[in-house]
Design a protein around this ligand. Structure first.
Ligand code: A2P
Length: 280
């Protein structure tokens, strides 16, 4: 299952998240296992410090580069034109690939730029470098992460290329309806990171009742809910049987009543960080 981006490229709707996946053998093996079990979309970031191993996992899978959708992200200390240009090169080298499918500004308002009130300028400059990388073929699609509507409004003032996606902390526990509606209105695909609330929603009684009814796990129901909402969903796991389980979500459909019930599960687990209050 794929979703069309405003860049013209298609993105596989279930991607493999690698936030908090330790570098080295664990990252390498989990990425390889994900790919040989059907995933075709891997999501990493410079700050996860696992890009090298993710690249090695991709090679170890034996699956051709052009069959895989690969995302990485700009860290907070590189929010400038030169900084972003350099960061893109570094990520390409670490991942050992010729191009990125998607490159995201990881956070809209890093603390240092918030304190001296230059975060808008930082995003505009980094975005210009990202647009150039699109023009030169190093990146196919560009987007943002953790942006709220006011951050996007600011970026849209100077952006020549519109963001293709906004990757946010999104699960039944925190549905970020205002951000999702803004994304939708502007043709930006919402990507759900931590779709299991980093695991915190999985013990919820109602979610488990619904899961039982469909003969699926709570994780699969949460992932399926995301898909039916039209989100790209990025479950993370380093456990082989869970990696397989989280991709086994295409053979059932949650009915309207149960979708509505899941919509009421706000705050059953962790909720999104406020990007204007982070300490990094
Ligand atoms: P692990 O990586 O040890 O397998 P999220 O995607 O919301 O960030 O959640 C990731 C967390 O949820 C990790 O702690 C992961 O554990 C756990 N997890 C991922 N998939 C499953 C699953 N199918 N069942 C139970 N826990 C899961």
């Amino acid at each position: 299952m794929k979703i069309k981006l405003n860049s013209g490229y298609e993105i596989p709707a279930v991607g493999f998240g690698t936030w908090q996946t330790p570098d080295g053998e664990i990252a390498r093996e989990s990425v390889r296992i994900a790919l040989v079990n059907g995933y075709r979309h891997i999501d990493t970031a410079a700050v996860y410090k696992n890009e090298k191993s993710v690249g090695e996992g991709i090679k170890a899978s034996g699956i051709a580069r052009d069959e895989i959708f690969l995302t990485t992200k700009l860290w907070n200390d590189k929010h400038s034109y030169e900084g972003a240009k350099e960061a893109i090169q570094t990520s390409l080298e670490k991942l050992d690939v010729d191009y990125l499918d998607l490159y995201l500004i990881h956070w809209p308002a890093p603390k240092a730029l918030r304190d001296n009130n230059t975060w808008e300028q930082g995003n505009a400059e980094a975005w210009r470098a990202m647009e150039e990388a699109v023009e030169s073929g190093l990146i196919r699609s560009i987007g943002v992460s953790n942006f709220m509507p006011h951050h996007l409004e600011s970026l849209l003032k100077t952006a020549k290329i519109k963001p293709a996606v906004n990757q946010i902390y999104l699960s039944p526990s925190d549905q970020q309806r205002d951000v999702v509606a803004f994304n939708h209105k502007h043709g930006i695909v919402s990507e759900a990171y931590s779709p299991l609330g980093t695991g915190t929603i999985l013990s919820d009684e109602k979610l488990n009742e619904i899961a039982l009814k469909y003969g699926k796990s709570a994780a699969q129901v949460a992932i399926r809910w995301s898909l039916q909402k039209g989100f790209v969903v990025l479950p993370k796991s380093v456990t082989p049987h869970r990696i397989v389980e989280n991709f086994d979500v295409f053979d059932f459909e949650i009915n309207e009543d149960d979708m509505a019930l899941i919509d009421t599960l706000e705050s059953i687990g962790k909720t999104a960080p406020n990007p204007d209050e982070t300490t990094y």
